[in-house]
Write a protein that binds this ligand. Structure first.
Ligand SMILES: C[S@@+](CC[C@H](N)C(=O)[O-])C[C@H]1O[C@@H](n2cnc3c(N)ncnc32)[C@H](O)[C@@H]1O
Length: 248
């Protein structure tokens, strides 16, 4: 699949009757049926040891594949905001071939988990942060973009293009990795041996990786690249999720 080109139409998002965002291109949902915020916090933040992992650090870097509606970024930023022991600066680096419209970013943040009251401080912050992201997002073009938020303490680098083309050009040593392509069966490019090899090249020793899929091909590729992989209880209705530590 060729990636969207700058200046062309933004990627179509279909909003389902239950409020969840769906991709017609990939025939898959952007987030778990349990809700985007719950998935961001349970699978990706907790799966990489956050917020504890950034405590006591000057700088902490997250690498993500698949920026999508930016919910993982916004949830990470909101969790950083809410943590009195946060690291001095947070860098979030992500890759996206098919950027959505800024209005979809905001809608997703406002809809994140309307019934989930387990993370009220995070959920309440998302729309405010999404507005800041949406302002930066207007005028998005292909290639690598850098934006500063929170007075420069939160830095977002977004590589707009195909994952295998963009990863080699990124300057990033990740402490945490979120693998968040669509399902491997529907979006194999995001989980290919080549893409995962490029991800591993951006990992510090000890980097922690998280993803919602436990597909055997993904587990085996990560193991071959030097990750110690562990299946953990998933966010219902999913039975499992994956956590891994890079220890080549
Ligand atoms: C499940 S969604 C990501 C959700 C996102 N992390 C969030 O928090 O909203 C997967 C994303 O991967 C992107 N994607 C799919 N194939 C890609 C590719 N080959 N290169 C880069 N991005 C790709 C899709 O456009 C989609 O936005």
């Amino acid at each position: 699949m060729s990636s969207a080109v700058a200046g062309s139409e933004n990627e179509a998002v279909v909003w389902m009757p239950d409020g969840s965002p769906h991709s017609p291109r990939f025939s898959d949902r952007y987030h778990s049926r349990s809700g985007g915020l719950a998935q961001a916090n349970f699978v990706f933040l907790a799966g990489t040891g956050l917020p504890t992992a950034w405590r006591g650090r000057d700088r902490f870097s997250v690498l993500e594949t698949g920026f999508g509606l930016g919910l993982n970024f916004l949830s990470t930023w909101a969790a950083w905001n809410a943590d009195p022991q946060r690291c001095e600066s947070l860098r979030f680096v992500s890759v996206e071939a098919y950027p959505v419209d800024a209005t979809d970013l905001v809608r997703s943040a406002c809809n994140a988990d309307p019934e989930d009251q387990s993370m009220p401080s995070i959920a309440a912050r998302l729309p405010v942060l999404a507005e800041q992201l949406a302002q930066a997002w207007r005028g998005l073009s292909a290639g690598i973009q850098h934006w500063d938020f929170a007075g420069g303490r939160v830095q977002l680098t977004l590589a707009v293009g195909e994952v295998r083309a963009m990863l080699p050009g990124l300057d990033c040593q990740a402490d945490a990795v979120y693998l968040d392509g669509f399902s491997p069966a529907l979006n194999p490019e995001m989980w290919s041996a080549e893409a995962l090899h490029l991800v591993a090249q951006h990992c510090r020793a000890g980097a922690r990786l998280a993803t919602y899929t436990v597909a055997r091909s993904v587990r085996e590729r990560l193991q071959q690249l030097g990750f110690r992989v562990e299946k953990c209880p998933g966010l219902p209705p999913k039975r499992d999720r994956l956590q891994a530590v890079f220890g080549p």
